[in-house]
Ligand binder design. Sequence first.
Ligand SMILES: NC(=O)c1ccc[n+]([C@@H]2O[C@H](COP(=O)([O-])OP(=O)(O)OC[C@H]3O[C@@H](n4cnc5c(N)ncnc54)[C@H](OP(=O)(O)O)[C@@H]3O)[C@@H](O)[C@H]2O)c1
Length: 309
Amino acid sequence: MRIVLNGGTGFIGQALCLSLVQDGHHVTVLTRNARSAAQLLGPLVTAVEWTGRDAGSWEHSLEGADAVINLAGAPIADARWTDARKTLLKDSRVLTTRLLVEAMSRRSSKPGTLISASGIGYYGASDDRVLNESAPRGRGFLADLCLAWEGEALRAMAFETRVVLLRTGMVLEQNGGALPKMLLPFRLFMGGPIKPGTQWISWIHRRDHIGMIQWALATPGLSGPLNAVAPGAVTVAQFCNLLGRVLRRPSWLPVPGLMLKILLGELGTLMTTGQRIYPAKALSDGYVFQYPTLEPALQAIFTKDQGSH
Ligand SMILES: NC(=O)c1ccc[n+]([C@@H]2O[C@H](COP(=O)([O-])OP(=O)(O)OC[C@H]3O[C@@H](n4cnc5c(N)ncnc54)[C@H](OP(=O)(O)O)[C@@H]3O)[C@@H](O)[C@H]2O)c1
């Protein structure tokens, strides 16, 4: 397939590019810095510069593409959510998606598939109830952001492109995403359940996230929201116990939510409001998880001789 993606230099995108190229696909990455993307991704990936804001010659790369994967967005948990930061988080997703879909609409030969990132933030904070793709939208900044983000992607349905909305949970791997930040308290021997510890964490190993994207590319009947989470969501207390066990660090000291917010910033805030999400569609439509449960996923992540994606 000829695949165009943005966000290809990121934590998920970089590993995805590698995997797509290994599978023989032709991959073009839209990036704000083509030179560093080319260095990062190597000669088998074509890096094309865009600003994420403006139409331009990058649009030609969409001509004749079979699929587009939309992963761009400023990092959610890296800085405090000031008003300016919230605007950046939103614009870097909603406006980039709009730009991409408008450019797709102008091609004479339109890509058949758009796989567009979203987040389980769509569902808002939830209690013990298990939520699948038919659950209603929740409240709050992330829920509103996801609604607007998904809305822009869904416009591609107007020209009969198949749209898959990847409602992604916490993606786990050693070299990026939330996990390295969560390790800090453990390395300080302070890791333990975040009070009250009963909040849910819906996670997915990065290999499964990439596997799910590739499965979605190859499954023509699949469209609409797709929860990209493992079936085995855990409570924060269970997560910390398993992480402590795998790292051989004690997990006996409960961490107050306030301390987490100080240590982890907005990621701490996200972790003190739980979400118990279930990948109903992926399971019913035949995706087979490599890591359905957390302990083997963490063991794979912290085993040194594992592959890089
Ligand atoms: N990682 C997770 O746990 C997780 C969970 C839920 C949802 N998601 C979503 O999945 C997508 C990919 O996640 P990720 O963890 O791989 O993200 P990431 O590592 O932060 O990478 C995102 C990419 O977006 C581009 N980008 C960053 N700021 C931008 C801006 N202001 N304007 C336009 N593009 C910008 C960058 O590409 P260039 O520098 O090459 O332009 C960057 O490589 C994101 O949209 C994220 O919200 C991720």
